[in-house]
Write a protein that binds this ligand. Structure first.
Ligand code: CA
Length: 220
């Protein structure tokens, strides 16, 4: 289970990552609101843990941004015990759960597991570009199912169409802590291209001189 934890107290963040790791969670960290917001809108996480007080953007702002973009990844808000108002506001903005600081990792792990057991929300979470629609929940491209890695790459490309995404960015994003080799991307992109050819869609993935990839319309 892949989890994003946005926390500016680095010591706490690193400790929680370590402890949740032992419980079988694959934790990605962001140390400020800006980085957190960028990562939180990505479709690769099963859950997001947001501290409320963060530099740049608050946890509440990140959550509001996620929900505005129809990103329905379950969110647990973290805040100091006294901040009851934060809890109310967090739940109003669309948090799925709330945990007061300080907390035990076992408690956080239990909450995360509980979130995962909830029935999936039925929402339209789609990224559209040209005649291509990528469904973030179903991981389908115009209805065709993609593998986990293909889906990860496609989600990134579709989120920022026409923008060049460096190979390293995609590798880090999609493979994260797993071992990978440089040519993995080529393999998966070629599979995606094959799928897209079959779909006869009017957009394609182009590579830019070994630097990276972007998704573009064929007619421009
Ligand atoms: Ca904080």
């Amino acid at each position: 289970m892949k989890v994003l934890y946005v926390e500016d107290e680095k010591f706490l963040a690193d400790a929680v990552k370590h402890n949740l790791g032992k419980e079988g969670f694959d934790v990605d960290l962001a140390y400020d609101g800006e980085e957190g917001m960028e990562k939180a809108v990505s479709a690769i996480y099963d859950a997001v843990i947001l501290d409320v007080m963060l530099p740049k953007y608050s946890g509440l702002e990140i959550l509001a941004d996620m929900r505005k973009r129809k990103v329905q990844t379950p969110v647990i808000m973290l805040s100091a015990l006294s901040e009851v108002e934060d809890k109310i506001r967090g739940l109003e903005v669309g948090a799925d759960d709330y945990l007061a600081k300080p907390f035990k990792t076992a408690e956080l792990a239990a909450r995360l597991r509980a979130l995962m057991r909830r029935p999936a929300k039925i929402q339209e979470r789609c990224l559209k570009f040209g005649d291509l629609t990528y469904d973030l929940d179903e991981k389908t491209l115009n209805g065709v199912s993609l593998t986990q890695k293909e889906a990860g790459i496609m989600a990134e490309l579709m989120r920022t169409p026409e923008k060049l995404l460096p190979k390293e960015f995609l590798l880090n994003k999609v493979w994260s802590d797993e071992a990978f080799e440089d040519n993995y991307i080529e393999v998966y992109v070629s599979r995606l291209r094959k799928t897209m050819r079959k779909l006869k869609c009017s957009v394609s993935i182009v590579s830019v001189r070994g630097m990276g990839y972007k998704i573009v319309r064929n007619d421009v």
